[in-house]
Ligand binder design. Structure first.
Ligand code: 5GP
Ligand code: MN
Length: 339
């Protein structure tokens, strides 16, 4: 985004507007945090602002300031369509292709509002008039922080904005440990704490709200963990039946895939989660080093993401999906062993 773009956006925001903010489907901490952080910023200027999530999200995100104002497209389609059609400006946050918002793809595609993308995933599509796309960024929340600063409004960052932005930076960086965490990220985080983000409380709200059944599900996942040393790969599967046994709720499997990657010598970890309702297997992929799970997921699982964290899906059954995965690995043997 150029200085001219920022001037134009500042001009655009200088009078009251109807604004819609859209995070990706199955929103995570960064998607909800960036959406609500931007929401609180825009509300300061008296804009009419609505965050519309394509679908529901985990309970561990349901404490964030103004979270209850978020509309869910899957539940209130008609109301949401009205708001979308009236929008002068549509911010799309933490995704870069409209197929990432499920049933909202068509209404957003055809909406008349000016689209502004803020995102850190690879290979962005070209649907937005203003694009702030930077794959080197730790999180969309860090980018929303920069966006506000570049509009000359750093001083307007308050406790609500800080709390939301801190949350997304924390979740997308694995609590500041992934390589995407830079010294600048830490400076931003320091500023957010100064502006009122309660770091210990936020960490507690996100990570220390486990249920007993979730820990049992984790036990099940870990007992299903398989290691393929010749490919420096580990994978976990969870069938719908296993999910049902442990009373699965949205978000319960968050972070499970990382256990595979914590094994010594493993550079590629995957989790396959059966979803009978959608008739798919959700695939989450993580890597260490140069092996790109974004490329792997694009090539084989209809997905994408970042070099070291990506997602995708399979229309095959759980067993067939895993068989397909294992059959693909030999062609990556060399690159996986050169990490
Ligand atoms: P997760 O595995 O935690 O669902 O997602 C890891 C990363 O990949 C996130 O940045 C997420 O936005 C992205 N991602 C997850 N699922 C998909 C997908 O189906 N398609 C694409 N393009 N990206 C995905
Ligand atoms: Mn993100």
């Amino acid at each position: 985004m150029t200085n001219e773009d920022y001037s134009s956006i500042k001009q655009l925001l200088s009078s009251k507007k109807n604004i819609v903010i859209v995070p990706h489907k199955n929103p995570d901490g960064d998607a909800i945090g960036s959406s609500l952080g931007l929401y609180h910023y825009l509300k300061k200027y008296n804009h009419e602002v609505t965050v519309i999530a394509p679908n529901d999200y985990p309970d561990f995100l349901k404490w964030m300031p103004s979270e209850t104002s978020i509309l869910k497209y899957e539940l209130q389609q008609e109301d949401c369509d009205t708001v979308i059609n009236q929008a002068d400006i549509i911010f799309t946050l933490d995704f870069n292709a409209l197929n990432r918002i499920g049933d909202m793809e068509t209404p957003i595609q055809s909406a008349k509002g000016i689209k502004i993308m803020i995102d850190h995933h690879q290979q962005p599509d070209d649907y937005a008039l203003y694009m702030y796309s930077d794959v080197s960024m730790s999180s969309t929340c860090e980018m929303v922080y920069n966006f506000i600063c570049n509009l000359g409004d750093k001083d307007s960052i308050d406790q609500d904005i800080s709390t939301c932005l801190y949350t997304g930076i924390m979740t997308d960086t694995g609590s500041f440990r992934f390589p995407s965490t830079t010294s600048t990220t830490h400076k931003v985080i320091a500023n957010l704490i100064e502006k009122g983000a309660n770091n210990a409380q936020i960490h507690n709200n996100i990570y220390d709200t486990n249920t007993y059944s979730r820990l049992q599900l984790l036990g099940c996942a870990l007992s299903n963990l398989k290691v393929l040393p010749e490919y420096r790969t580990a994978y976990i599967s969870l069938s719908q039946q296993e999910l049902n046994t442990f009373n699965f709720k949205k978000g319960d499997t968050e972070g499970f895939v990382n256990y595979g990657l914590s094994l010594e010598g493993i550079v590629f970890a995957v989790i396959f989660i059966e979803n009978e309702q959608e008739n798919i297997v959700k695939v989450s992929l993580r890597s260490k080093g140069a092996f790109s799970v974004n490329e792997f997921s694009r090539a084989h699982f209809n997905g994408g993401g970042h070099t070291n964290a990506a997602g995708g899906k399979s229309d095959l059954g759980l067993k067939e999906t895993i068989e397909k995965f294992i059959s693909i690995l030999p062609s990556y043997k060399e690159v996986l062993n050169h990490e």
